[in-house]
Design a protein around this ligand. Structure first.
Ligand SMILES: *Cc1c(COP(=O)(O)O)cnc(C)c1O
Length: 373
């Protein structure tokens, strides 16, 4: 049995007529840039997440860069973040000549260890950039407390976290991306809300940040051919917005299915001592964008699964402080032991709403077979 790590095809075939109509409506309208679908998607994202503003852009990466720019990251400003993430969470800082300052992660959640933030704060610290990874949010209670105590802004990388909600100590659930000053989602095809190409969204409750982001995505123009800033060309296509509007209608159902698949894995694997399953920390509503495990003999298991035609992914094989492009920051091996250890053990198993219980059975049986060899 072949089990894809991810496939968008099943969902497309299930709702083919709806997707085709949404796309052909755009083709017939001829409005490929800033068609009505883009502003409609912004409205729907506001409704769904409770954010006051939503600004659609060309990718999650651009959403991070534009948000960083809008927050004023520049010239050696220190931004505290995690080394265990996708490159874009840190390149947005470096691109603006600000300085990424890493703190290690929490072994149980893969997210920034909020207890280690304060020791890295200096007079140059400007912001905290938490990333909500795989299935759960970073500890937003602690992060927001530290930010307000030290007068720092917070940029939430919620690229993977669409639909996740943080309840925290006040038990008022708020969506990822809407708790800090500004937050971002990615619509990369694999993401929980994924398009048929690249796309991203900035969300904020701050009027000024929203206005700046709106200008920055169109070359910094306040109105056509009047440039207040040197910005970017970063717009979401009308076609992507149309696809995402269809997907957003079914997002709660998709999130429920992801939870069901996560439960299948837990039922079948929790007795194995060689594999550590995700645990959720804090009062929050998780979304299983990824099912990331920590396993013994990771590379051997990964090869064995590949031989058995099971797709997997390693998030992330090399933490950012050890990447060549960040050599200039002066970090070395051993600086962030938890992130380094998890890089050698992490293995993500296939999870998406359309995966079947039979397929999950096969993945779990194959894992058992490997460890009983
Ligand atoms: C996917 C992802 C991004 C980048 O999003 P793109 O839309 O691919 O540019 C940024 N941060 C994290 C944590 C991601 O997983």
């Amino acid at each position: 049995m072949k089990v894809n790590f991810f496939t968008p095809t099943r969902e497309y075939l299930e709702k083919k007529d709806e997707f085709n109509k949404a796309i052909s409506d755009v083709l017939e309208s001829g409005n490929f840039i800033f068609g009505s679908q883009v502003s409609e998607l912004e409205e729907e994202i506001k409704k769904y997440t409770g954010a006051k503003h939503a600004v659609a852009v060309a990718s999650g990466t651009d959403a991070l860069l534009i948000s960083s720019h809008a927050l004023g990251f520049k010239d050696g400003d220190e931004i505290i973040t995690s080394p265990f993430t996708f490159l874009a969470s840190t390149s947005c800082i470096a691109k603006l000549n600000a300085k990424p300052v890493f703190v290690d992660i929490d072994e149980n959640t893969f997210n920034l260890d909020a207890d280690k933030i304060e020791e890295r704060i200096t007079s140059k610290t400007k912001s905290i950039l938490p990333i909500h990874l795989f299935s759960q949010m970073a500890d937003m209670d602690k992060i927001m407390d530290i930010a307000s105590k030290h007068n720092l802004t917070v940029l939430e990388d919620a690229a993977e976290a669409f639909g996740m909600q943080w309840g925290g100590s006040i038990n008022k659930f708020r969506h990822s991306g809407t708790i800090g000053d500004i937050g971002i989602y990615s619509f990369f095809p694999t993401k929980t809300l994924g398009g048929y190409g690249d796309g991203g969204m900035i969300v904020t409750n701050n009027d000024t940040l929203a206005e700046t982001a709106r200008m920055l995505r169109v070359h910094g123009a306040s109105k056509k051919y009047h440039y207040d800033y040197i910005g970017y060309n970063s717009r979401l296509d009308s076609i992507q917005a149309a696809v995402l509007l269809v997907k957003l209608k079914y997002i709660d159902n998709a999130i429920e299915h992801r939870q069901k698949v996560a439960n299948w894995y837990k039922d079948r694997l929790s007795d194995l001592e060689y594999i550590k399953l995700p645990t959720i920390k804090g009062n929050q509503k998780p979304v299983f964008y990824a099912f990331n495990t920590l396993v013994e003999k990771r590379d051997e298991l990964n090869n064995y699964l590949k031989e058995n035609e099971i797709g997997t992914s390693i998030y992330y094989p090399i933490p950012l402080h050890l990447q060549k492009c960040f050599n200039y920051l002066g970090y070395k091996k051993g600086d962030f032991p938890v992130a380094e250890k998890l890089s050698n053990k992490a293995l993500a198993l296939p999870i998406y709403p359309e995966i079947t219980e039979n397929e999950v059975d096969f993945v779990c049986e194959t894992i058992r077979k490997f460890y009983s060899k």
